[in-house]
Structure formats: C-alpha cells, structure tokens
Design a protein around this ligand. Sequence first.
Ligand code: ADP
Ligand code: ZN
Length: 757
Amino acid sequence: MTDQFDKPRSTLWVEPGELRVGPVARVAMLAPIEGQYTYTVPDHLADRVAPGKRLMVSFGRRARPAPAFCVAVAQEPWTSTLRPVADVLDEDRLLSDALIELGEWMSRYYCCPLGRTLSAMVPEAIRSQSGFRVVHVYRSATPDAAAGRKSAKRQKVLDLLAGHADGLREEALLAAGATRSLLAVMVKAGQLQLHIRREPAPAPDFDRPGEEPTFELNDAQRAAIERINHLAGEAAFKVVLLYGVSGSGKTEVYVRAIRSVLERGRQAILLVPEIALTTQIVDRLASRFRDVAVIHSGLTGVQRSLTWSAIARGAKRVVIGTRSAVFAPCPDLGLIVVDEEQEGSYKNQQSPRFHTRDVAVKRAQLAGIPVVLGSATPSLETWHNCGRLPHFERITLPARISGLPMPAVEFVDMRMAQGERKGVHLLSARCEELLAETLSQGRQAVLLLNRRGYANYLMCSRCRRSIVCPNCRVNMVFHQTTSQALCHYCQARMVVPARCGDPSCGGTLIRWGMGTQRVEEELRRKFPDARAVRADSDTMTHRSHYEELIRAFTAHETDVLIGTQMVAKGLDFPEVAFVGVVNADTALSIPDFRSAERTFQLVTQVAGRAGRAESGGRVVVQSLTGPLPALSHAMQHDYEGFARHELAIRQRCGWPPFSRLARVLVSHRSPAEARSQAHRLTDLVRGYIADHALPADVLGPQSAPLARLRSLYRFDFLVRSPNATRLLETLDRLRKDDVLKLAGRNVLVDVDPVSLL
Ligand code: ADP
Ligand code: ZN
C-alpha cells in the first residue's frame, strides 16, 4: 500500500536488520511548515488514528509536541528512527478522503502548506468539537430490579423504565419528576445503569417552506434544466456556464436542477457571493428546499458546527452558502452551482488564497459531477474557456422573463458637464433632472459610487480641466500614499504639479475627492425634501443596520439610497425607477488589468437593478474619461461585444485568460528593505526560471499600487505562465527548491489574484 504516499519522503531510509512493518501515519503540520512527515502508529492508538483527524506528534529537533493533520494511514516498512504518534485529538474524521484530496490540490495550487490548508477547510467550531452533546441514558440494572431499597420515588423511575429495554434519556426521566440526585443514588445502589454517549446535536433548522411559483418554465429554462439533469445523471464532470441577463430565470434553473439531484438521493451545494444582502437572497433560495443547510457569516460557531455534522450525516441535502460552503462535507455530492461566478468576493483573501469557483470546479472534477456557473456577465476566464476546453459548455437563457426591454442607459461626460456650471458638482444636470422627475412621480432612486480611498482627481480651480496623462489622455489619479499622480493605463507617474498644466491658465489645482458622503451632502442640498439614506461601510457597521435600511427602502419609507457597490448587488426593488452611477471611473482608475471588466460588470449590474420596474427604468452613467469601450458596451447591454473587445486586448498583452499569474508580494516596515528584498527575490526567481527553462516569465518588481498598507511598504512581482498546469509546475519547482519560502512572514504568494492592489 506504499503507493498511497506519492509525496517525497525524507525520513524513511530503511537499514537492513532494523526493518519493521506496521501502520504509519503521514501527517502535515498545522503550523506553517511545508512537507509531510511520517510517524508510527502505536498499538493503543491503532483504532483511533485515521486520515482527516488531527494528531499530536513530537516535532523538530527538540521533539516538541505539535498538532498535525493526518493525511493517510498505511502499512509500511519503517525503521526505529521513526517517532510514534503521541495522541489523537479528534474523535471523528474532520475531512473525508475526497476533501483531503481536494485540500492536497489546493495546497499545491495555491502555495499554502497542507496542514494549514486542511485546517482552513474545516470550520473553527468543528475543530473545537462543539457539534456534539453528551447524552445520559438510564436503564434498569436487573430485569426485576430487585436489589436495594425501593422508595415510591425510586419505584416510579423503575416503572418508567420497565417498558424501555434500551433505556430512557435523562431529560425524559427529569420531565417525569425524577431528580438528578435521585438518579445518581440509584446508579450507586446498583438499581440503574447509566450510559454516557456522545451524539450529534441537531443542526439548526433552515427549512422555511415558501410558496411554490405557479408559472410555467419557458423553453430555454426547460432545455437548460434538461441538459444539467442529463449531465448529473451521467455523473460526468462538466463545467456548464449558465449565461443570461439578470431576470432571465437562472435562479429557477438552479432550483429545479438541484431538486432533480435530490430526487436521485444525492446532495447539492449552491454557492453565493459574500455580499451585504447574502442573507436575503439565501433565505429566498432556502425556502425552495427541504433539509436545507445555510452557511453564512452570521452563523454562530456552534450553529456552524452542528450544520456541518448534519451535512456529513446526510441529514441536510442542500447546502447554500458563501465561500466556505464549497468544503461542505457532503458524502454524496451530485451537483455544485456557483451563482454570480464572476464575483471577486469568491476569492479568499487569506492563506490559502483559493478562488471558490475554481475550487468548486476542481471538486466537481474529483467527484465526477457537473458544476454550473451562473452569470449575466461571466468572468472572461470562464467565457474564454467555453468553446475552447472540451469540458466547458455554455447554456444561454436569451431573454428576460418579463419581456421588458433593458433600461435605457445615458452617458454623461463629466469633463464637459463640469464646465457648464459653477462649483464642483458630483451630480450632473441630467442626473438631477431625472432624479427630480423620479421623485415627483413618487418613485425611488439609487445613487452609486464606488469610492476607493485613493480615487482622487486633480482639477484646475480656474479652467476646470483635470490633470491628464501625457501618453494616454485619461485622468490621472492622485495617490495619497505616494503624493504622485498615476495613470492607470500606462502606469506613468508624475509628481503632482502645483498649478494648471495649461500655461495660459496657471490656476491652482484642487483635489476632487469623491465619496458617498459628498454625494449625500450634495443631494441634501439640492433635494432637501428627499428622504435619503447612505449605505457604505462607514454607516453600516453591523448586519442589522443593513437589514433595517433595506427594509425601510423596500417599504418605501426612504426615497434615495446612496451607496457603494454593495448596493448594486443582489437587490430587487421594484419601485426603483432611476439609478445614477456617480462616477464609473472609480473602478477604471484602479491600476489593474481587470478594471475595465469590473466597470463593465458594475454598470451592467446596476442597469439590471433599474429595469425591474414594470414601467422600465432609467440609468445615467457619469464619467470623467469619456465613453470607454467598457462603458459603451455596458450601456448597450452588450456583454459579448465587450468580451470580444477586451479579450483581444488581454491576448495582446498576455494577461489572463491567456495566461495565469501568481503575484508575489513583499512587505516590510522599511521602504528600502521592502524594495531591496523584492529585487533580490525577483532576481532569484527570474534566474531560477531561466536556469531551469521553466515555462514562465517574471514581471517586476514594482511598488504595489497600494504602496503602503498598515504601516508596511509593499512591492510585488508577477510570475506568469501560459496556463494553470505550467504555473503549477513552475511554482512547485520554486517551492521545492526553497526559492519561494512560504514560511517567511513578509512574503505572500497569491495565485490567480483577483486584485493587483
Ligand atoms: P435571474 O436569476 O436570471 O436574475 P430569476 O430566476 O430571479 O432570474 O427570475 C426573475 C424573476 O422571474 C423571478 O421573480 C422569478 O420568480 C421569475 N420567473 C422565473 N422563471 C419564470 C417563468 N418561466 N415564468 C414566469 N416567471 C418566471
Ligand atoms: Zn487651468
């Protein structure tokens, strides 16, 4: 059975004469230590040591006791130099073989030590074993219980137990009038036997059966469901992109496809992005199923832990949740659905830095089941894979269910608009006009601004022109951290000038900060009677704040909702007739090759919000950069046109999906040290890649766009390979030869980064 261990082994040199054969455990340390280690399994622990449990082992030269995850147990030859397992920490396996295999892939792919990866797959509360309760069961000690004194009270207990050969739980006896001390005395007197056993506590009940919709599915939905059912029935790995604008009925397809899987007696996972209103969406989805488990950040540790064990027992058949739900311990998984697959929040921002969608795809592959990715604006990675990779397939829902047209989207060039009026206006005249109209009709509006800390523009106080990049002619963004103006296209930087670039003007420059707060002030000034609320991370510090705000807006107790992107997502307000995107450039101004894609997604999403009303909706998109392709395609609701355009650029520049990236970020308190360490590491990696002819190139190093974060200076470089396999091969080699050391505190490796900040 030695082939169970495919990892290189360090300690198993067997000398003739001292060879023994016995069970050994291969473990991965929970501390951030690379590699796997082998320990012998002593007889007294033989029953309890199993893969997927945590063990205590003595580790290192000083043989300190340390926790580790058991990855495999096998009969192996071993030598006396091997140390024994010291203890077993878990009664039950925390991870199945299938999940361990997934973890091994994640550990390699995302460059995170295995023990740490496996721990991250199990909820904290499960690791602390709170998912169980201790049950006391009593039964009569002898058939007629002749022994001992029999008071009336004792006789009553014995009578109660008479018909229960398997005994009764303590609660039942207490409810019938017995006391704990009485029971204890009877046990002592030999009249009762007590069995203490651990059993899983019941998981919280998420079943809230709701109304079944009465509509007939349309042809496209029916075809989609049939196809997914077929794939699920074949138990074959396939990635299905379910592509359809918002309101095209994707959710209904998920629900029906999942139900068919349940009817076959299997389980399903439905993943949703982590957004402000996850609970609202999830509640609605959960109401369509029975035996449903919901996993989101609002659960207490105990609830999470109980839910986890109920899933593992098969008591919960459908799991709905955010990132961590992809690790739900379903023993018989038949389908995974990833809603809004393009969402950046699917990326875990702590080690292991996995992308939930990609882990879902890997899990589906290992399990041999289909995975459905749903979106109106698929990530370009997914879009590009369809039609290129044999296991990707696209299903389209071509139209809105309602048959309503997509809302009309107007563009306002703020460079022009600024010149038309005195003062600095965040809301253009056109925007005000439509707002006024909306409010006078007694309907609602949403104003959206994706504020980023550094999205500050520079504008001349006299001629109102802003500082533009000499190469690209787009507005430069002022970076507080470096006091430089930066072009988000060519990365040109310049020291911020004191005066207007036009010598005939020479006016002083003003910083044009954009934030939801400024929008709110302006709105209150211009529309003193409108009931406005602001939703951003400053005003919404608790989940309940959101819930209250959303409730009030839904009940039309407020008229205008001002917020950051969180407002755009997942909301369904039929009364909203107008949406203003205050500045569509804030996403574009992020120096990241995905910024155009983000902007497209944002505007499309927002437009989808506005158009839910029966009478249609209107959208105004304001921008300081002119109608760049990302905006003009979004305004025409033309995803495919945008994808074609953007993919051509990505291909030309060699960005994903035409390559895969790993970002290596070096941070240090001292800027000089950060820079020199980053240069040294980049040279080392670049040299190693060249020497070993690895399929990768290295870009950088450079100061990170967020050059300073939490008092650390940050530099980064990118390792780029043509595809995932090549990137994995490259990173494997770099790790194995200790060129990239993961234990170093100030070096972080982010594979497939979703943000290059
Ligand atoms: P998506 O997930 O693509 O945004 P939904 O599945 O939420 O779209 O569907 C939008 C709305 O249309 C929902 O209110 C849903 O109940 C309704 N709906 C879905 N399918 C149909 C149908 N075949 N006939 C009528 N209404 C439908
Ligand atoms: Zn000027």
